[in-house]
Design a binder for this molecule. Structure first.
Ligand SMILES: [Zn+2]
Length: 328
């Protein structure tokens, strides 16, 4: 019975990831083609990418990074965590069946190095990158129950920033220190544009970093500088899995209602994105097909965090439309 259920699950997973099936079931391809183009970058603009884990910056934004730099903008990346919570990756990279805290910390160091290599492939200079090194899988705890009281990561056993080359070595794992570090980065970079995870992203670390970004930028009266992306979009997205550089990246089901704009990538930009993705050996060995599925003809960026945010451009809130009547 269990075997039959497992086989059925595997068969379904294989079937849903066939390219043809993905195209037939994904009605969004035309929707994506009709999206407005994202605004072009300007010379001298300062762009900051908020990446919850090493690899998110590449998956969401490798094309944007290249286009910003080609336009003469300066790109900066900050990683909130070192990605040290993925036990399966530690088991493989540290060659152990049951990774202990030392293996998990070694994974954090390894993923930090991979992140720096990926940034270098994308042409982002080392002094434009910031590793904060807070606990992978722990950001929601830092934001809520451990804003002041230090949090101990069950994976690494650490309660302070330990990763080499971190912005504030030894900083306590607390929301207050995480926010202080992010504020330090914002003060240093003075970004005109901040690319943050959308609050609809399925991963709790991503969602939490989204909330924090909204809070910190609001405190600076700079919410309008935020743009949003999704990496964990729900329902097996992006479909189909694997490297399909001629297909478009369709709308993430969990955030399909956001006012998305489309960033068209050239084949060269896609190729460099694939090379940057390939720097994350510790990840690609496990979920390479998921990661490759972000190498598509476009990336997606939303200027708003929520679908029904009253439009600031209209002056008096959302305009009544057929979809949004004044009365119900
Ligand atoms: Zn992530």
């Amino acid at each position: 019975m269990v075997l039959a259920a497992t086989l059925l699950t595997l068969a379904l997973a294989a079937w849903i990831n066939l390219p043809l099936v993905g195209q037939i079931f994904d009605q969004n391809t035309d929707v994506v083609a009709a999206l407005p183009q994202a605004a072009a970058f300007k010379r001298g603009e300062r762009v900051l990418i908020l990446s919850p884990h090493p690899d998110d910056e590449t998956l969401c934004c490798a094309g944007l990074i290249q286009q910003a730099q080609a336009a003469g903008a300066a790109v900066n990346i900050v990683w909130a965590t070192a990605g040290d919570g993925f036990e399966f990756a530690a088991a493989l990279s540290q060659r152990t069946l049951k990774p202990n805290v030392h293996a998990m910390r070694a994974l954090g160091q390894l993923r930090t190095q991979e992140a720096r290599r990926a940034a270098a492939v994308l042409g982002v200079p080392p002094d434009h990158t910031f590793m904060l090194g807070y606990p992978d899988g722990g950001l929601f705890s830092l934001f809520t129950t451990h804003f002041d009281e230090p949090y101990t990561s069950p994976r690494t056993g650490a309660s302070r920033v330990y990763v080499q080359g971190a912005l504030t070595p030894g900083a306590a794992f607390s929301g207050r220190f995480l926010e202080a570090d992010l504020n330090k980065v914002l003060d240093t970079v003075q970004p005109d544009m901040v690319l943050a995870p959308a609050p609809q992203d399925f991963h709790p670390d991503h969602r939490t970093l989204s909330y924090i970004a909204l809070r910190l930028l609001a405190a600076r009266h700079q919410e309008a500088r935020l743009r949003f992306w999704v990496v964990h979009g729900g329902l097996e997205w992006p479909l189909p899995k694997g490297l399909h550089p001629t297909l478009s990246l369709t709308l993430p089901p969990l955030a399909a209602q956001l006012p998305w704009t489309r960033v068209a990538l050239t084949p060269d930009q896609e190729a460099l994105k694939a090379r940057a993705t390939g720097q994350y050996h510790s990840q690609t060995r496990i979920m390479g097909r998921f990661m490759d599925s972000f190498v598509r003809t476009n990336e997606l960026l939303s200027p708003e965090a929520l679908p029904d945010k009253p439009s600031s451009r209209s002056g008096s809130g959302a305009l009544p439309t057929a979809d949004r009547p004044l009365t119900r």
